[in-house]
Design a protein around this ligand. Structure first.
Ligand SMILES: CC(C)(COP(=O)(O)OP(=O)(O)OC[C@H]1O[C@@H](n2cnc3c(N)ncnc32)[C@H](O)[C@@H]1OP(=O)(O)O)[C@@H](O)C(=O)NCCC(=O)NCCS
Length: 166
């Protein structure tokens, strides 16, 4: 399996993989593929990684830049999606490991909204003053690369369509 940056030719496959994977997620809005398209159109994808196996896209991970309160330079991970027929084979973990490796070079940390039972294994955790709107705080998690403790509202790019005030 190869983890690499997306190319223009991957875009239809990325949409298909994300759409299929998100049918497995109860909290999915069904708009994740569109969010990625909007981020791309706005040149807001700081990272757009595909997992390729046997010439096919089997996993995908997006990173966009986020503010955490008054702190800039946070990498927001998501959406993350793996083709359901390929779950449990380490594809998601490999995408996250490569993302963390790359983000360390330019960001002060990574943040995401997701299941702590999954992301805890990569070192992500909730912080007392970290949040996103009315989302239960245990689902808002960060991994810091430096000394700064994440503090405040995670301001997503407008492509996510969240109602936020920072
Ligand atoms: C979450 C997802 C990306 C994981 O991808 P994956 O390639 O199957 O993950 P890995 O193979 O690296 O890891 C699998 C492990 O994670 C666990 N896991 C997966 N989703 C989990 C969740 N929501 N909560 C707890 N554990 C989870 C699996 O049980 C498995 O555990 P094991 O290692 O003890 O067997 C994939 O299940 C997916 O695309 N789900 C639908 C979309 C989604 O939920 N995206 C994340 C949104 S925050």
């Amino acid at each position: 399996m190869l983890i690499r940056n997306e190319t223009v030719d991957d875009i239809p496959e990325i949409r298909a993989v994300v759409t299929e994977a998100m049918t497995m997620l109860a909290q999915s809005t069904g708009t994740e593929a569109q969010i990625i398209d909007r981020l791309r159109e706005d040149k807001a994808l700081a990272l757009s990684l595909v997992a390729e196996d046997d010439g096919k896209v089997v996993g995908y991970l997006a990173v966009s830049q986020a503010l955490v309160g008054a702190q800039d330079s946070w990498g927001l991970i998501g959406p993350l999606a793996v083709l359901p027929s390929r779950h449990g084979q380490g594809i998601g973990s490999t995408l996250i490991a490569e993302t963390i490796r790359r983000l360390r070079m330019t960001f002060q940390g990574a943040v995401l909204v997701g299941d702590p039972r999954y992301y805890g294994r990569f070192g992500f955790r909730a912080y007392p003053e970290l949040g996103v709107g009315a989302i239960p705080p245990e689902f808002v998690q960060a991994l810091t690369f430096g000394v700064a403790e994440p503090r405040g509202e995670v301001i997503h790019h407008p492509a996510f369509g969240l109602k936020q005030h920072g």
